[in-house]
Design a protein. Structure first.
Length: 719
């Protein structure tokens, strides 16, 4: 809705009212149309100010309405009507003017912004383009290069930058509405001819073709396979080359191709999934809205290797005081230098002062005695972690929350080393910990809801997408990665090459295929785990038995490479070869191809043609199947949790929504049918056996993903 009041005698103040962000729902659009008409026809109103209630101008079109048939007045004529009025209309921007919100403001004759507000056209992040005139007005206002950058990245811009770019006319530190009302009164009577952006020519650019070629190349490289950024470039090109009316026509045509696309649906699902994961729940019934987090002001990090350093930086950047502990003196000095450097570089990027004073360093674990929360980030070794937890229990003040940064170790087992297991949770950070958005908060059967709530809130404070998950081997992300990698190894045995598998996955949208990723993270990591699991058997060198371990098909390929010292990038060779150790450019390796041929011959394996489709189905459906098992086991509360983990932590292409959303897009019955087929061909691969939840969902008519929780609840209630 929108409300019209008359203030300061002759100013028509229109307030958008649609909590929490005054999104432009059908009712709000109707409200704007009605109130603008009323204000324009009221002789007592000399000028109009548009603002939003509760300190937010407008978060854009109401994304919740996108799936349903359009009702209410459309945005484009509404904004045109505002621009065409003969009374000055001024936008008073507080909080944010994003998407349709900024497009509304661009239809106004002037824009005043609060210094803490931001603006932007983030439609591209939702698989769309700014199709309420934004792609046509912004280039006319600020020029093609700047508009291209903002529209194709969807970046939010601070008030100061918005002023510099010319998006707004004035920045204020005072009450934005009061300032804007005064401003509006001051421009009454001035000609509006030069204030209607749609009438501006685009500022000339010397080599327009080159500008668009570079932009197109950039978006194709940075968002491989995503259609919205490419379409955004085309829309801005229309602004630069066509008269406004024709440009608007082109904008609408381009939007029509995006609006109903699968990518737009996936990206909009991701938008809500990212927010839904903060409403966590545990199988015990504990929930986000009934569990109160503890206040944390002082944190500690134990172990300052790569992960510990990143965690210390993330905590300090969130404004917490941090005690960083490393028992080795030399490591401590190196870490201090590295952490300070990271804080300085981060602060420079964000234009703030580095939080160097928030971090103190010690080689004595006693230094953590006063911490409210400790994150242990020592080497991934259960015995070592157990020792640290025992020490922490003796040192920390009562009530201190003890967190372990582990990617797969048993959080409950660690909790049992302490007298207060309810205060123990896992915090699985992803490297580099101060950069990566994902945090898995792992609760054991004895973790208290308050401990989970505190870790989740801390994650939010650090700017992470935090997902609460149950305790099991690999938690959610790494547990699902295992069948995915296993299939990739099997495909090599059956005739594929690392290049073929990686190309299929990279064309699907992953930043890196499974083998390039494995080379980057180091083959020895998995080797160590497999050794500890008793899977690496040096005696079994040939024949079928060599490829069966613990009763199931096993590929020793990764182990054989490690035995040759081929640990990946750091060794200069792994699944690929590199110019030198540490080099990042992966090149196909004839040695590896020869090795695969010999391996297949030794084991009597026939080679067959494997295409991209098979790579995708085998690798992704095995991963998805494990996702369904995770839901069935109650390790993740809903499909959004799994999807957020994969999008924010594992490079799953956001425009494909996450693995569970993707399963829904290709059709659950289709996934089930292909898994049944693959399991028939490979009966010794349990990961390919379709999970009963998947069967159940298909039997229930493959409901939309938003309804899966109902089926999951039924499964749980019958257990
Ligand atoms: C022709 C069409 C052309 C135009 C297209 C567009 O405009 S496309 C749109 C382009 N606009 C954008 O892409 C902007 C998207 N929004 C944002 O970037 C941020 O929400 C924010 C910066 C506005 C506020 O950040 P913050 O950290 O303070 O808050 P928060 O992020 O936690 O959100 C709070 C609640 O508001 C909800 N909600 C938010 N926006 C919308 C919406 N547009 N709609 C509906 N709902 C929306 C959000 O789901 C959440 O709900 P929950 O979970 O509580 O039930």
């Amino acid at each position: 809705m929108a409300q019209l009041t008359r203030v300061s005698g002759s100013v028509g103040l229109i307030t958008l009212q649609n909590p929490p962000v005054n999104a432009l729902s059908a009712a709000v659009r109707q409200g704007i149309v009605d109130t603008v008409k009323k204000a324009v026809s009221d002789p007592l109103v000399k000028c109009v100010v548009i603002c939003g209630q509760n300190g937010v101008f407008c978060g854009g079109a109401d994304i919740r309405e996108f799936g349903a048939p359009m009702t209410g007045p459309p945005l484009v004529p509404m904004i045109h009507a505002i621009e065409a009025t003969n009374k000055p209309v001024v936008a008073a921007i507080e909080g944010a003017a994003l998407g349709g919100g900024l497009e509304l403001a661009l239809g106004c004759h002037y824009r005043i912004i609060h210094s803490k507000a931001r603006v932007g056209l983030p439609e591209v992040t939702l698989g769309l383009l700014p199709a309420a005139g934004g792609s046509q007005r912004l280039p006319r206002l600020i020029g093609v290069p700047a508009a291209l950058e903002l529209i194709t990245t969807g970046r939010h811009v601070s008030a100061a930058e918005a002023l510099k770019l010319g998006i707004v006319d004035q920045v204020t530190d005072d009450n934005t509405v009061d300032t804007t009302v005064k401003f509006a009164l001051s421009v009454v009577g001035r000609s509006l001819e030069s204030r209607r952006i749609s009438t501006f020519p685009c500022p000339p650019v010397s080599d327009l073709d080159a500008v668009f070629d570079v932009a197109m190349q950039r978006v194709r490289q940075s968002a491989r396979g995503a259609i919205a950024p490419v379409t955004c470039v085309q829309a801005v090109r229309a602004a630069a080359t066509l008269p406004y009316t024709q440009g608007m026509k082109r904008e609408q045509e381009l939007m029509a191709t995006l609006f109903t696309s699968g990518q737009a649906r996936a990206l909009q699902y991701c938008f809500f999934a990212q927010r839904a994961v903060s409403r966590w729940s545990m199988p015990s019934g504990a929930r986000w809205d009934t569990s109160k987090p503890r206040p944390i002001s002082k944190a500690a990090v134990i172990g300052l290797g790569t992960m510990g350093r990143g965690i210390a930086v993330a905590l300090a950047q969130a404004g917490l005081s941090v005690v960083a502990v490393e028992t080795q003196e030399k490591q401590l000095m190196d870490a201090k230098q590295a952490v300070s450097g990271m804080l300085e570089r981060g602060a420079k990027r964000r234009g703030v002062a580095p939080a160097l004073g928030l971090v103190s360093y010690s080689h004595n674990i006693q230094a953590v005695a006063e911490a409210d929360l400790v994150i242990e980030a020592v080497f991934e070794d259960m015995d070592l972690k157990k020792k640290v937890f025992q020490q922490l229990s003796a040192v920390c003040k009562p009530g201190t929350l003890l967190c372990t940064n582990t990617s797969s170790l048993d959080v409950d087992h660690l909790a049992s080393q302490t007298p207060s297991p309810e205060l123990v949770v896992g915090m699985h950070f992803f490297a580099p910990a101060h950069v990566m958005k994902l945090l898995e908060v792992v609760y054991g059967p004895r973790s208290s809801p308050q401990a989970v709530a505190t870790a989740m809130q801390l994650g939010k404070k650090m700017g992470k997408v935090s997902v609460a998950v149950g305790n099991c081997r690999g938690f959610v992300g790494n547990r699902m990665l295992k069948p995915y990698m296993e299939q990739a190894f099997f495909l090599l045995e059956e005739g594929a090459t690392p290049e073929l598998v990686d190309q299929a996955l990279e064309e699907f949208g992953f930043a890196m295929g499974v083998f390039r990723m494995s080379d980057l993270s180091g083959l020895d990591v998995g080797w160590r785990v497999r050794k500890a699991d008793g899977l690496v058997d040096p005696d079994a060198t040939s024949g079928r038995s060599a490829r069966i371990r613990q009763g199931r098909r096993y590929s020793p390929l990764g182990d054989l490479l490690c035995e040759q010292g081929r640990f990946g990038q750091k060794a200069g060779r792994g699944w690929y070869q590199y110019d030198k150790p540490g080099s990042r450019v992966a090149k196909p390796d004839p040695w590896l191809h020869n090795f695969l041929e010999q391996y297949r011959a030794r084991h009597g394996l026939g080679v067959r043609h494997i295409d991209h489709q098979e790579v995708l189905e085998r690798c992704l459906y095995a991963l998805i199947n494990e996702g369904f098992r995770i839901l069935e086991d109650g390790i993740a509360a809903g499909p959004e949790d799994i999807d957020a983990i994969y999008v924010f932590g594992y490079g799953w292409p956001r425009y494909r929504g996450g693995p569970m959303f993707y399963a829904g897009m290709v059709g659950l019955a289709n996934v089930l049918e292909r898994l049944e087929h693959f399991h028939q061909v490979h009966p010794d691969v349990p990961y390919l056996q379709p999970c009963s939840l998947l069967r159940r969902l298909v039997a229930s008519g493959s409901p939309p993903i938003q309804k899966w929780r109902e089926v999951i609840r039924k499964v749980h209630s019958q257990l």
